[in-house]
Design a protein around this ligand. Structure first.
Ligand SMILES: NC(=O)c1ccc[n+]([C@@H]2O[C@H](COP(=O)([O-])OP(=O)(O)OC[C@H]3O[C@@H](n4cnc5c(N)ncnc54)[C@H](OP(=O)(O)O)[C@@H]3O)[C@@H](O)[C@H]2O)c1
Length: 247
């Protein structure tokens, strides 16, 4: 599909990977709706993008109230959604012995429940032939210590995506996953101090962390006609993250 005038919804579109992806879709001539919890982040994103084709919706998609707010905004637009990028995510890291119930719930509610029910509620609003992309992570298939909860959320998301591929196939909706390695974002900065980021960079074959544009480009590609036969793929965008094979 040509992306001009297509309608794109990005959850967690106010900073990091989501914001970069919103910018690239806007450049392609699409109409983009982004969500986030913080009105301030959304306003900053809107100022940065500075396009009448961008809409922002304050919606905490870790709960039904937020998902309903997003659904209402989509319904009110009167347009079908051509591209859904389920990207909002949070991470915190601790050994299993020290994980709190709140840490567990926040990550599962945001990274799993939120995406599951956002997809469910938006299914009637998706155009036939649309593109759905989930942001997972390479950690879904690794076993690094202190990542049990976050990694489990991403592994769960991968399974939901796999099944969505089959359930939505009748309407020719393609469902894919992008699995970033370490990407320089406010989210990464909040959990990994510079020395940890240097370690992550050294854990990749390319010896650097990735950029948000390197993920955004893949999401835009997956939404395009050029990816018309890509369905059920999990694209690792991680510079060759050799650490995955270590414990
Ligand atoms: N950066 C990496 O190294 C990396 C690697 C692998 C996977 N990922 C995944 O990539 C995705 C984006 O992460 P990022 O690094 O770009 O992080 P980020 O800069 O922290 O961006 C996260 C975005 O999600 C929004 N968000 C968080 N919780 C939300 C909720 N409950 N409801 C709605 N929006 C919410 C944030 O806005 P508010 O805070 O205002 O809500 C923000 O727009 C996540 O799924 C993350 O797990 C990142």
């Amino acid at each position: 599909m040509s992306l001009a005038n297509k309608n794109v919804v990005i959850t967690g579109g106010s900073t990091g990977i989501g914001l970069a992806t919103a910018k690239q879709f806007i450049k392609e001539g699409a109409n983009v709706l982004i969500t986030g919890r913080s009105a301030g982040n959304l306003q900053k994103a809107a100022n940065e993008i500075g396009s009448p084709n961008l809409k922002t919706v304050i919606a905490d998609t870790s709960n039904f109230e937020g998902i309903e707010a997003l659904k209402k905004a989509v319904a009110e637009s009167g347009q079908k959604v051509d591209v859904l990028f389920l990207n909002a995510g949070v991470a915190s890291f601790a050994p299993i012995a020290h994980v709190s119930e709140a840490d567990f719930d926040t990550q599962f509610n945001t990274n799993v429940k939120g995406h599951f029910f956002t997809l469910q509620k938006l299914i009637p609003h998706l155009a036939d032939g649309s593109s759905v992309t989930f942001t997972s992570s390479g950690v879904a298939t690794s076993a690094a210590v202190a990542t049990a909860v976050y990694s489990a959320t991403k592994a769960a998301l991968n399974k939901i995506a796999d099944i969505a591929v089959n359930e939505l196939a009748e309407r020719k909706i393609r469902v894919n996953i992008v699995s970033p390695g370490p990407i320089k974002t406010p989210g990464l900065d909040s959990v990994a101090p510079p020395e940890a980021q240097a370690y992550l960079a050294a854990s990749t074959a390319l010896q650097r962390v990735g950029t948000v544009d390197e993920i955004a480009g893949a999401v835009v590609f997956l939404a395009s006609d050029a990816a018309g036969y890509i369905n059920g793929a999990d694209i690792a965008i991680d510079g060759g993250f050799i650490q995955y094979h270590l414990k």
